[in-house]
Design a protein around this ligand. Structure first.
Ligand SMILES: C[S@@+](CC[C@H](N)C(=O)[O-])C[C@H]1O[C@@H](n2cnc3c(N)ncnc32)[C@H](O)[C@@H]1O
Length: 275
C-alpha cells in the first residue's frame, strides 16, 4: 500500500516531510484547477463567472451532486484545500456558514477575492490539512475536493477531519483512484512506449502526469480498499467512483483529442462518511 512503503508518502514529521511540504506549497501557490477555463481578465467577476460556468456545466458537472451544495443551509461547513474557493462559494450562496483553509497563501488570497466579488462571507485561512487548528466537534460538514492525495500523510488529515466533525457530522472527500486508465495511460503509454519507467519510478511517473500543469510534487492514487481503510474511525462510509467528463460540445474530434489527454481519464473516489 502506497501510504506505507512509498518514500513520497511520509507518516512521521521529519525534515524530509517538511521539504516535500514546501515543494507542495510552492507548486500549488499559483496553480489552481480551472484557471485556464477563462480568457477574461484574471481576478474580475467575468473571469470567475466564466470558470464557474465551465466547472459546473462542462468539465465537472457532477460536482454539485457530490458536494450537496444546497443541502447544508445553516450548517457549519469547512472546506479543506479551497483552491480558488469556488465550491465553498456555492455552499455560502446556499446559506451555509462557511470556513475554508488551504496550505498556500496564493489560494487563500484568490478565494478571499472571490468571496469579495460575490459579496459573500467566509473565514478563510492558511492552514495545513494535516494540522487542523479547530476544536473537536465543530463542523456539520467537512468537504475536500481533490486535495488529500497531494499531502504526505493523508491518514493524519482524515483523522483530523473526523475529530473536528460534530457527532453525526459528514465528511465528503474526493481522492484520485488507481484505475485501469492509470495503467494504460501512465504506465503503458508514457512508461513503456515512452520508456519513462526506465528513467523514473512509478510514483514519479504519476506525479509527472497526474495534473494539468504537470510535475506535481506528490500525487497519490488509491484502490477502493485503501480508501476505505482511511475512514475506519467513521460510523458509516459510502465510497463511489466518478470520472472527469470529456467535453463534447465541439463534436467527435474534440472527444478524440480529449481522450488522448490523460487528465480526462483520471478516475476519482468520492467518500461520504458520517462520524
Ligand atoms: C488540485 S487543488 C484543488 C483545489 C480545490 N479543492 C478545487 O477543487 O479546485 C489542490 C489544493 O490543495 C491544497 N493543498 C495541498 N496540500 C494541502 C494541505 N496539506 N493542506 C491544505 N491544503 C492543501 C493546494 O494548495 C491546492 O489549493
Amino acid at each position: 500500500m502506497i501510504e506505507q512503503n512509498n518514500p513520497f508518502s511520509i507518516q512521521q514529521d521529519s525534515p524530509l516531510k517538511d521539504a516535500l511540504k514546501n515543494d507542495i506549497r510552492r507548486y500549488w501557490n499559483d496553480k489552481q484547477p480551472g484557471q485556464w477555463y477563462s480568457k477574461q481578465k484574471t481576478g474580475e467577476k467575468e473571469y470567475y463567472d466564466d470558470i464557474d460556468y465551465k466547472r459546473y456545466n462542462i468539465f465537472s458537472p457532477y460536482i454539485p451532486k457530490i458536494a450537496e451544495f444546497s443541502e447544508h443551509k445553516g450548517e457549519k461547513v469547512l472546506e479543506v484545500g479551497i483552491g480558488m474557493g469556488l465550491d465553498l462559494k456555492q455552499y455560502s450562496k446556499n446559506g451555509a456558514i462557511c470556513y475554508g483553509i488551504d496550505l498556500t497563501e496564493g489560494a487563500v488570497n484568490k478565494a478571499k477575492r472571490v468571496f469579495e466579488i460575490y459579496g459573500l462571507k467566509a473565514e478563510l485561512q492558511v492552514m495545513d490539512a494535516e494540522n487542523l487548528k479547530f476544536d473537536d466537534n465543530t463542523f456539520d460538514l467537512v468537504y475536500s475536493m481533490g486535495v488529500l492525495h497531494h499531502t504526505p500523510n493523508t491518514q493524519k488529515a482524515i483523522n483530523g477531519i473526523c475529530r473536528i466533525l460534530k457527532p453525526g457530522g459528514k465528511a465528503i472527500v474526493m481522492l484520485y483512484s488507481k484505475s485501469w486508465q492509470h495503467y494504460v495511460i501512465r504506465v503503458f503509454y508514457a512508461g513503456i512506449i515512452g520508456r519513462e519507467l526506465f528513467r523514473m519510478s512509478m510514483q514519479e511517473l504519476i506525479n509527472k502526469y497526474s495534473e494539468a500543469y504537470g510535475f506535481s510534487p506528490l500525487t497519490k492514487l488509491y484502490s477502493r480498499k485503501e480508501v476505505k481503510s482511511f475512514f475506519t474511525k467513521f460510523s458509516q462510509v459510502d465510497v463511489s467512483h466518478w470520472h472527469y467528463k470529456v467535453p463534447d460540445k465541439n463534436g467527435i474530434m474534440q472527444k478524440i483529442k480529449s481522450l488522448k489527454n490523460r487528465k480526462y481519464l483520471q478516475g476519482n473516489w468520492v467518500i461520504k462518511a458520517i462520524k
